[in-house]
Design a protein around this ligand. Structure first.
Ligand SMILES: *Cc1c(COP(=O)(O)O)cnc(C)c1O
Length: 408
């Protein structure tokens, strides 16, 4: 651990504000992390209930992940795609073994995985002599910031000033089967949805709706694609969130939690889609990086050894119970609680100054984020303990209670 001075953090934030694009508004400079906690360069420790935005799936500095990364770094850090590496091949095989999918493509982020899904859908129909280009997504969906992924993203807030976007994408309201029934046709290549729209405010797709999408896609010969970038890797309990919903998509994307914080995006597709990305049709220089793949293999081992699906289900039920109590408390500025496993949201009254609330939580040692304008999002590491959860919720309760004194 490095020793730090209180001034380090302020100086670094000043530099950041001067030399980095103002796309983010960081309030902290983090120097290290252990488990579910992170520590600023000013030496202050925080309980991270954002889990590094759903990325730090097994917590910070997990010894098994650190060992896997270190060992691989001592072996080889990069191989080109002219060859391949053992870690990526073994990871691909393991992902196929634990899912209904038979084909894997590696890249480096959620956006990039969704770009590949979009290309896969159109190219598959091109290759099979039934050219289709229309893709249907949702008005409240979030699929990333690159042009293809941004074009799939329905929320205007993300699209402002970036047009023209990719052609041929139609947006429909989620959970409205009538609207998509009117939009889908024999020209539709694919429908893409998240099973829980986290960025939109933790909006859950109704299982009945997802079953309806499967039926509509089958009727029209279109592909059903799930963006599991945030919901995947046991975030809701099962390895992929659709496993408990009884609907299997034709392909899905995962990213955030898969490599414990190292950049990795993955497309998982059913075997019949293999001709959709023929030789030379797609590539990623860093995709399948052996260090990231070694970290991901360690994550899979930890998921199995610690039975994280069962842990997420039980700790998620505890979190859900606590958020429902906060939501129902008339003394608090709360409206509703929703979500599954360790992807949950607590909706606040619209008059609450959420940035001030987040700052007060931070000052009290807890990191949370806001999605959909007024919804506190909980995406802690999957191995969050009940003690940590109790402490985090107690802090949140105290800060929310403050609003009665006009502090928020
Ligand atoms: C975070 C996220 C993305 C974008 O992932 P990046 O790695 O930031 O490109 C796409 N879809 C969903 C559902 C996400 O949560």
């Amino acid at each position: 651990m490095t020793t730090t001075r209180d001034t380090d953090q302020d100086q670094l934030l000043d530099v950041a504000a001067r030399v980095m694009f103002p796309t983010y508004r960081p309030a902290l400079v983090i120097g290290h992390g252990r488990g579910r906690h992170v520590t600023s360069t000013a030496g202050v420790e925080y309980l991270d209930l954002t889990g590094g935005n759903a990325v730090s799936s097994v917590g910070n500095a997990h010894p098994q992940v650190t060992a896997a990364i270190t060992a691989q770094a001592e072996g080889i850090v990069h191989t080109s795609n002219l060859v391949c590496n053992d870690q990526a091949v073994l990871l691909a095989a393991q992902l196929c073994e634990r899912t209904p999918f038979g084909r894997v493509f590696f890249c480096n982020s959620g956006s990039e995985a969704n770009e590949a899904l979009l290309k896969l859908a159109r190219r598959y129909f091109h290759e099979t002599g039934d050219p289709r280009t229309q893709v249907i997504a949702t008005t409240t969906g979030f699929h990333g910031r690159t042009y293809g992924a941004l074009s799939l993203t329905g929320r205007a807030k993300h699209r402002i000033g970036s047009g023209p976007l990719v052609d041929g994408i139609t947006h429909v309201r989620i959970n409205d089967l009538d609207e998509i029934t009117a939009a889908i046709s024999r020209r539709t290549a694919a429908v893409i949805v998240e099973t829980i729209q986290a960025e939109a405010g933790v909006i859950e797709a109704d299982p009945h709706y997802l079953h309806g999408l499967r039926r509509l896609c089958d009727e029209h010969g279109a592909l059903l694609l799930f963006d599991e970038v945030q919901t995947g890797v046991c975030r809701t309990g099962p390895f992929l969130s659709f496993e408990t919903l009884g609907v299997v998509p034709d392909a899905c994307s995962i990213a955030k939690g898969i490599a414990a914080g190292l950049p990795m995006g993955v497309v998982l597709a059913r075997e019949f889609l293999a001709p959709g990305l023929p030789g030379g049709s797609h590539a990623s220089t860093f995709g399948g990086n052996p260090v990231a793949a070694a970290a991901a293999r360690a994550v899979l081992e930890i998921i199995d050894r610690d039975n994280l699906p069962a842990h997420v289900a039980s700790i998620g039920a505890v979190l859900s119970g606590k958020l429902r109590v906060l939501a129902a408390d008339p003394a608090l500025p709360t409206v509703a609680a929703r979500g599954t496993g360790l992807l949950q949201g607590l909706q606040l009254r619209p008059d609450i100054d959420v940035q001030r609330l987040l700052a007060r939580l931070r000052d009290s040692g807890v990191l949370l984020s806001v999605v959909g304008g007024t919804v506190l999002r909980f995406t802690p590491a999957l191995n969050l303990t009940e003690n940590e959860l109790d402490q985090g919720i107690a802090t949140l309760h105290a800060v929310l209670h403050h609003h009665t004194e006009g502090a928020l």
